[in-house]
Design a protein around this ligand. Structure first.
Ligand SMILES: Cc1cc2nc3c(=O)[nH]c(=O)nc-3n(C[C@H](O)[C@H](O)[C@H](O)COP(=O)(O)OP(=O)(O)OC[C@H]3O[C@@H](n4cnc5c(N)ncnc54)[C@H](O)[C@@H]3O)c2cc1C
Length: 312
């Protein structure tokens, strides 16, 4: 379960409140503010605060005094221009804060994005919940033979059953041991009065990487889009991709014009090397090229052809 009934009630209470403001609000994001989008088996992501909207990007780019009176089509054109030409600082004027519940192995990938402010649930101060990620059967894939960072075909039959059993048993066993080492009863007293119990900061070290953690994660729109471009990409691991996909939907709700430009110039776009560009120009001029005559390595040539939809 992603949320307990108490947590759900807290979210509903927060959503029931509103206050008048002179600040810019994004109606699309207001509609989903605080709501948790469930992900994986126990995770979620939700927006807990934000600053700015599409107009704030335009305002910063023009260094204007007010919200301005220009048309949406002007704003759209400017935002697309800024995105296309990597004029990024106006996007940094918008900020967003997420509350994320995620398995520790996903958190390790996520935390590599340094241009954010993070505060994580303290497993030194509090006891971690008995929740660990167990992949759905359709995600239980073998190691890819062609890509060392990827997955191959989905496991089936006895092997799939055995893997699922191991993942569950190991996670449950280590959690049981964690709870035993903590020796904490319901009311804060030792569960077994004959034992002292190990410190929380030490008891946790035996837990599996699938154990869920939580954090508040705040970043600006520019760095959010960098995160989403990398983590919504097909090369990213499925388990972090589902978070990125959900956050792209939130981006759509928050800054629809920036989100549209992001899809056009980042997410769906590709970058060519100088030699790659030459190859495209030569092909357009009618030359038939292979890896050897292209000036690219075999691998890069293959990647370029795949990008152009010309499988080798
Ligand atoms: C598919 C995939 C596979 C990966 N595989 C691995 C792996 O095998 N091993 C591994 O270790 N990592 C791996 N990574 C992590 C990757 O190398 C980056 O660390 C991560 O994606 C964060 O990207 P970033 O630096 O652009 O983001 P951020 O840290 O948010 O930085 C954004 C930008 O800010 C600038 N910046 C931030 N901090 C500094 C700084 N201290 N100095 C200079 N400039 C800075 C840089 O321009 C950077 O691009 C992988 C990432 C992906 C998406």
């Amino acid at each position: 379960m992603s949320l307990t009934p108490e947590q759900q009630a807290e979210i509903e209470a927060a959503r029931a409140q509103s206050a008048p403001t002179r600040r810019a609000v994004a109606p699309g994001l207001e509609a989903i503010l605080y709501e948790a989008v469930p992900l994986l088996d126990h995770g979620f992501v939700r927006v807990v605060d934000y600053m700015g909207d599409d107009a704030a990007i335009v305002q910063a780019a023009r260094v204007s005094y007010g919200r301005g009176t220009r048309k949406v089509s002007d704003d759209r054109g400017l935002i697309r221009y800024l995105m296309r030409h990597y004029h990024s600082t106006p996007f940094e004027m918008c900020e967003i804060k997420f509350h994320v519940k995620l398995p520790i192995f996903v958190a390790r990938q996520w935390i590599r994005h340094r241009t954010a402010n993070v505060n994580e649930y303290s497993a030194r101060y509090s006891v971690l919940d008995r929740e660990f990620y167990i992949p759905a059967p359709e995600q239980l894939a073998a190691q890819s033979l062609s890509n060392r960072q990827g997955r191959g075909h989905v496991l089936s039959g006895d092997e799939a059953d055995a893997v699922l059993r191991l993942l569950k048993d190991d996670a449950e066993r280590t959690y049981r041991d964690y709870a035993w080492m903590l020796n904490e009863g319901e009311n804060g007293e030792p569960a077994d009065p004959e034992r002292q119990g190990l410190a929380r900061e030490l008891a946790r070290i035996n837990l599996t990487l699938g154990t869920y953690t939580q954090w508040y994660w705040k970043t600006d729109l520019h760095n959010l889009m960098n995160f989403l471009r990398l983590r919504a990409d097909g090369h990213a691991q499925y388990e972090i991709r589902v978070y990125a996909d959900a956050m792209i939907a939130m981006l759509d709700a928050w800054t629809p014009l920036a989100a549209e430009a992001f899809r056009e110039y980042r997410l769906g776009a590709a970058q060519l090397s100088a030699t790659g560009l030459q190859v495209v120009r030569r092909m357009l001029a009618g030359e038939t090229l292979d890896a050897a005559s292209s000036g690219l390595s075999k691998r890069e040539f293959g990647e370029l052809m795949a990008l152009l939809g010309r499988g080798q």
